[in-house]
Design a protein around this ligand. Structure first.
Ligand code: NAD
Length: 309
């Protein structure tokens, strides 16, 4: 006897650096996926992969039972979810899976507002960056209603591994902020260390090799330095304003909880400096260029020699 399981109709809103590859993996896995983005190029790429385009979040939520969002700013998530043409106005949606990083306070409020429309929010920030999103190797950190999680977890299997933090709204967001805090502090520290080493005459390629076999190794020395900074391509995958948003949300939570954050606030100031000095829309890895300017040195690897930046 053969059993057939029908895949749920999915929706995806926000097809950018992270949302694009996640949506594509869901489509290629054989799910019907209705897609929407305000940027026509982002929408076109998802349509080429097999997504069905519509003209508003409301239209997405009038075809799909499970709608994903992956959006760059809190006010945009609010408008897409709760606006007059928002997901809350759709006739078929049951679960909204928000993959954006918004912080626990916002997620809790959003969950309460969506509940008034009989929509369950599953909080689902993601970690791993653009490359791992393409490869289906993300960490999908989830919290919210347990049954909703049980429905969504198998759907997102092609995108990576899920981690369920519990029913309390916002827990997944807090987990994501804590991870990013660590990542952003170590990235800032790595840029500072490499600028010093280069100024002292060390070869940047040799520094990567030695550090990655020593105790200073971290995600930035393993990936960002060799793939984006030393070749001077600066294409790691997240705009600086998004990094700044995340660490700002984290410092806000720390303040609310009365936890002193010396290093976190320093890292936030550094990214804030970049954002306020022309870097908002540039790749986050270009933060090192400000430190280079202060020190009067560039951290260039063999692959980056001859490149202007
Ligand atoms: P992005 O700017 O590349 O993509 C956002 C997309 O949303 C764009 O395609 C944009 O056109 C679309 N958009 C904007 N307003 C819209 C609206 N009103 N309706 C529909 N679409 C709209 O951003 P990203 O880097 O993909 O980040 C998205 C989220 O994922 C953020 O919350 C970020 O914190 C989180 N995140 C990003 C990374 C990363 O490495 N880039 C990693 C983990 C988590």
């Amino acid at each position: 006897m053969s059993t057939t399981t029908t895949k749920p109709h999915l929706g995806f809103i926000g097809l950018g650096k992270m949302g694009g590859p996640i949506a594509e993996r869901l489509i290629r896995h054989g799910n019907p996926v209705t897609v929407y983005d305000v940027d026509v190029r982002a929408l076109d790429a998802a349509v080429k992969a097999g997504g069905r385009p519509v003209g508003s979040p409301r239209a997405v939520a009038s075809e799909a039972q499970i709608v994903f969002t992956c959006l760059p700013a809190l006010e945009i998530v609010r408008e897409v979810a709760l606006g007059t043409e928002g997901v809350c106005q759709g006739g078929t949606v049951e679960i909204l899976v928000d993959c954006s990083t918004t912080g626990p306070e916002f997620a809790t409020h959003l969950g309460l507002e969506l509940a008034k429309h009989d929509i369950t929010l599953l909080d689902s920030p993601v970690s791993g960056g653009v490359k791992r999103a393409r490869e289906g190797q993300l960490a999908l950190i989830m919290s919210g209603n347990r049954e909703a999680y049980a429905r969504v977890a198998p759907v997102v299997e092609p995108c990576g591994r899920t981690y369920y933090m519990g029913e309390q709204p916002g827990l997944a967001q807090m987990m994501k902020l804590v991870n990013n805090l660590l990542s952003q502090i170590s990235t800032a520290a790595t840029y500072e260390a490499f600028v010093l080493g280069a100024k002292a005459g060390l070869d940047p390629d040799a520094m990567v090799e030695v550090i990655n076999d020593s105790t200073g190794m971290n995600n930035c020395t393993l990936y960002k330095m060799p793939t984006s900074v030393l070749p001077r391509t600066f294409d790691y995958g997240s705009n600086m304003e998004i990094t700044y948003k995340d660490i700002t949300l984290c410092m806000k939570e720390a303040d609310r909880l009365g936890v002193t954050m010396l290093m976190g606030n320093m890292a936030r100031q550094l990214w804030g400096y970049g954002v306020h000095h022309g870097g908002a829309k540039r790749d986050s890895s270009t933060l090192i260029t400000y430190l280079e300017e202060w020190a009067g040195v560039k951290v260039v690897g063999a692959a980056g020699r001859g490149r202007a930046r």
